[in-house]
Design a protein around this ligand. Sequence first.
Ligand code: ADP
Ligand code: ASP
Ligand code: MG
Length: 481
Amino acid sequence: MIVMKFGGTSVQDATAIHNAANIIQREQVRVPLIVVSACAGVTDMLIQLGELSSHGEEHKALGILEELYQRHQQIVSELAHGSTGSASGRTRSVKIANKWEGVRDTFMRDSEELRRLILSLSVLKELTPRTLDQIMSYGERWSSLLLYHELCQLRIPTIQVDARTILITNADFNHASPQMQLTETKTRELILPFVKKQQVVVTQGFIGSTSDSATTTLGRGGSDYSAAILGTVLDAEEIQIWTDVDGILSADPSILPGAYRIKRMTFEEASELAYFGAKVLHPSTILPAIEKDIPVRVLNSRNPESEGTLITREQTASTACIIKSIAYKEGITVVNVKSTRMLMAHGFLSKVFEVFAIHKKSVDVIATSEVGVALTVDSAENLEPLVHDLQSFAEVTVHHGKAVLCVVGENMRQTKGIAARLFAALDRSNVNVELISHGGSEINLTFVIKETDIEQAVKALHDEFFSGINEKDPMFDINHL
Ligand code: ADP
Ligand code: ASP
Ligand code: MG
């Protein structure tokens, strides 16, 4: 069996859902488990709905609910209309029409439930992480229902399984972690019987539940992670991530539209890229797949003929290029911590890290000097108490508006002089490197620049490292969409 995950844009409207169902039909013989994200933009709207309600702005929240309701009902109308066009025979058309009526009823019931929730939250004036997870879960529940019915309409033997019955997590609402043992037991028990009968199973990405049935979510973009978790516990042959670009590209296409498709990557490269901001994969996706050595393929639902990017343990193609891709994270804050004595006091660094650990702030880039240390954090939220604690033994300055850039590639292991080329290229483009990391990994180089320099820096580095590449390179497709 395989896992196929469809992201928000791949199910954003009736056409996309119909297209996704066709892609699934082609893979039917491999018995896919389908993991679906909410239709594009829906999770953002649900969050807004929750926040507005808790600020007492129930009219605006009800307006968003109405928009969501109309959008999903519109998709039903379009998909159902397709059904009467393609159905063979009147009896079948009537049956299908009744099924779509059932979907409409569910949307109506859910909408009523959300309306009551909006009214309660606006009285309570609070939105707990637990309630937010409950609210966000509707997005995936709705999109999966639509795709399920579209698959039935194509006469593909399909069943639905609520992800909350199989993906069991801890109670860390909004950022829950899977409890792998329980998830494995539940998933195998509830999914394998259908796999054995060659049925397609549709479930939701992103959502799960605690062992006492409270709805949880895995963090934004978490459907990729759901796909990897489920694929791992089911020993899938392959995990496919269907999105809106041709695969993992040599840079973010929204900054560099001409970026190249990478044909092959290693788990380690993909992991580093995702961690350092390449939104195409959730940073945790690769970890479960590594455990069972399951290949992950990133594919384009708008261009299903493209081979996408295949991620495996070993480097399986050669290339003359030293790096594979450039990623970046925006909204970075640098915290400079200077020992109050002139020279680095014994135990100073461990004290600094202890403070970061106590405040649960993870650090991406660290640079040390004789008198201090600079660290980056990717959210300035709740930084004040941390700074306060550091100030008890150090001088602290905080700088916002930074970005972390990262170049990744297996070939970096054997190559010297990359940093020099990188600095020279950035210097020619007037981009100042403010910090560079002390090489936590042999396959990446990470550094900090001003947020406003991101575009220039990515372009300069792409020109520098990919200029010699040609059409025959076995690792890159330079002519993809
Ligand atoms: P989905 O909704 O399918 O999960 P996402 O929006 O989360 O899709 O991720 C896909 C997007 O990731 C692309 O549209 C692209 O803009 C962005 N992206 C950033 N870096 C890269 C990269 N190196 N390769 C491909 N896409 C990237
Ligand atoms: N719908 C969720 C989000 O927008 C999860 C996902 O798309 O992966 O974050
Ligand atoms: Mg995503």
